[in-house]
Design a binder for this molecule. Structure first.
Ligand SMILES: Nc1ncnc2c1ncn2[C@@H]1O[C@H](COP(=O)(O)OP(=O)(O)OP(=O)(O)O)[C@@H](O)[C@H]1O
Length: 258
């Protein structure tokens, strides 16, 4: 079953229809296990696509293939015209500056201050960047997540929700055009989850980013998704708005909404 997306359901201009990620015939197996089996997906500019799927269905494998951490067996992953699986290490490094990745674990460096954590991607990707510009971008990204006062603190001094915000600030500091979120609200209480969802939506509006979000949290899916995709048996089994999928009579889809 494939739900269709109503092209008139959102206030979109033509720029927003522009595909930024085009995944075609993606295959990835580990031994005998076919994890992705002819997976196809288009993500348009300024859209949040949430990927739903059971545990072990291949959501993380998909995201790792998009960012080039895993190589698919076959298929194309075009991000702004770069076919990720075909890129060499240097080109991949450049492409990754345009693709932000929010790790489920946050992946902050415990031995660095918040400021140093934020400076790290800037100095790695933009070697020639001036100190003034570093200061400006660090301040802007901390303000974006409402944590300007934490600059000199260590990660161990922050709560789980604050760490997630800092991880988001660090992901955003390079102004990526695409952001991949791996379960952004897992392990957070409902109030903090809601704050993170609000931030995801606010930053998308501010910077016109496109996102793929993996989530089990149906509140997060409902609030953040422009498009919901169900990954089943390695394929894009269904695709549509949250409401369209919620109304589906297909048992494979229904079970996620019960
Ligand atoms: N590097 C690897 N080597 C072997 N098998 C792997 C590897 N990475 C993932 N897998 C297998 O691929 C399948 C999909 O894993 P993946 O982590 O993508 O699932 P998921 O949908 O993200 O699950 P969850 O929701 O529990 O995080 C699993 O069976 C997993 O064991």
């Amino acid at each position: 079953m494939k739900a269709t997306i109503n092209p008139h359901s959102n206030n979109i201009d033509t720029e927003d229809n522009k595909p930024v990620i085009v995944i075609e015939h993606l295959h990835k197996r580990f031994g005998y296990k076919k994890v992705l089996n002819d997976f196809n997906l288009i993500v348009e500019r300024n859209k949040n696509v949430v990927v739903l799927g059971k545990s072990g269905s291949g959501k993380s494998v998909l995201i790792k293939c998009i960012i080039g951490l895993l190589k698919p067996d076959s298929g194309n992953i075009n991000v702004f015209g770069d076919n990720i699986p075909k890129l060499g290490e240097d080109e991949l490094d450049q492409a990754r500056a345009k693709i932000g990745f929010l790790f489920q674990s946050n992946a902050l460096y415990d031995s660095m201050t918040i400021r140093e954590n934020l400076e790290f991607p800037l100095k790695r990707h933009w070697v020639e960047i001036a100190d003034d510009e570093v200061n400006r971008l660090v301040a802007e990204s901390l303000e974006n997540v409402g944590l300007a006062h934490t600059s000199g603190l260590m990660p161990s001094e922050l709560s789980g929700g604050m760490l997630k915000r800092i991880a988001l600030a660090r992901t955003m500091i390079l102004k990526p055009e695409v952001i991949l979120y791996d379960e952004p609200t897992t392990g957070l209480d409902p109030v903090t989850s809601r704050e993170i969802e609000d931030l995801i939506i606010a930053l998308q509006k501010k910077y016109h980013t496109s996102s793929i979000i993996i989530s089990h949290d149906m509140n997060c899916v409902k609030r953040t998704a422009d498009v919901v995709v169900l990954l089943l048996d390695g394929k894009c089994y269904a695709q549509g708005s949250f409401e369209e999928l919620q109304l589906s009579e297909d048992q494979n889809i229904k079970q996620f909404f019960e």
